[in-house]
Design a protein around this ligand. Structure first.
Ligand code: CA
Length: 220
């Protein structure tokens, strides 16, 4: 699942970026409003985290622009502006939630899960597909009688497949869901993750469609 992090404070940005990666999200981090708009227009993100005080275009302008272009992108404002007027203003501009700094990462992650759940695109409390089950809170997966704890990247890949059962996902689509844009991706990284998942869950958990990609079957 791919997240756009819009934050000009280096320390806050780096901490949030790392926490999101640890929680199995692919993160693209931008530090000004103009770049944020360009990124949101060129990549289909599942969620954006938006600071309000930003260089070039401030967060309110970014949000107004995102809402004007019509594409549905859930936005959580994350800002030090804690006035009631600021919060009302942000929500009225179309933000889905509002979190005031300083905050605990755990709360940010819980709010992200809640927004994604409401959106329907995101993680319900338990993802299931026939015999395959995935718990986003614990990263535990099971298939038939095998269960295992997944790494952050294995989880991200498994989640991408589970959210679109019956659909073949290509290597580049899976890379998009697992890696942020400034991360080095080894050419066989996806194969390596698939290999690890099959080892943990059994080879029937993920189907290889030769030359095209991978899928999980729709439950029959
Ligand atoms: Ca700021």
């Amino acid at each position: 699942m791919r997240i756009l992090l819009i934050e000009d404070d280096r320390m806050v940005g780096a901490a949030v970026e790392q926490a999101l990666k640890d929680a199995a999200y692919a993160v693209d981090w931008v530090t000004d409003g103009e770049t944020a708009i360009l990124a949101a227009e060129s990549e289909a993100y599942e969620l954006a985290l938006l600071d309000l005080g930003l260089p070039k275009q401030d967060g309110r302008a970014v949000l107004r622009r995102l809402r004007a272009c019509g594409r549905r992108l859930p936005v959580i404002i994350v800002t030090a502006r804690d006035g009631v007027d600021d919060r009302i203003d942000g929500l009225d501009l179309g933000a889905d939630d509002y979190l005031v700094k300083p905050f605990e990462i755990r709360e940010l992650l819980a709010r992200m899960r809640a927004v994604l759940r409401r959106e329907g695109s995101g993680s319900p409390s338990l993802l299931t597909n026939g015999a395959l089950k995935l718990d986003p809170a614990t990263r535990e997966a099971s298939f038939l009688d095998q269960s295992a704890l997944l790494t952050a990247r294995e989880f991200a890949l498994m989640q991408a497949l589970l959210m679109r059962p019956g659909t073949i996902l290509s290597r580049s689509e899976l890379e998009r869901q697992v890696y942020g844009w400034n991360e080095e991706v080894e050419s066989n990284a996806v194969e390596f993750l698939i290999h690890g998942l099959r080892k943990k869950l059994g080879s029937g958990a993920i189907r290889n469609v030769r030359g095209i990609g991978w899928m999980v079957d729709r439950p029959s």
